[in-house]
Design a protein around this ligand. Sequence first.
Ligand SMILES: [Zn+2]
Ligand SMILES: [Zn+2]
Length: 144
Amino acid sequence: MIENPSTPPQTLTGRCMCGAVSYKISAPPVAVGLCHCDRCRPQAGSAFSTVMFVQRDAFEINGETAVFEDVGASGMKALRRYCPQCGSPLMTEADVTPTLFFVKAGGLDQTDWLRPTFEMFVSRRMPWVSALPGAAQFDGNPTL
Ligand SMILES: [Zn+2]
Ligand SMILES: [Zn+2]
């Protein structure tokens, strides 16, 4: 288990770029990390994505969303939810983790507490991106 070293607010909120979709997280995220996988990179349009592992029963989303039905690294179904208005990626709902959602941290309203403590799929990390000092490194999904 990778603990988050800094304390997040009791309730976290976030939204997509246009604001049509918002969400509320009513329990501290289980973990925060960087993902270098070959799904996060094209979806984020960047070198990696910052993801929070959030308990499903602590997550509430409002607004119309759309889903891209994908297959995760596990070989199991992974729904990638996004805002159909502005295209912002919001979260991944993977069958491999039935109690957790992977929520993109880029839309968070409160970010001062945010400290990624691990990196995953590090073998796919761009050669010009350095490892985060102190972050656990996983070549694939992390063991939580
Ligand atoms: Zn939007
Ligand atoms: Zn990823």
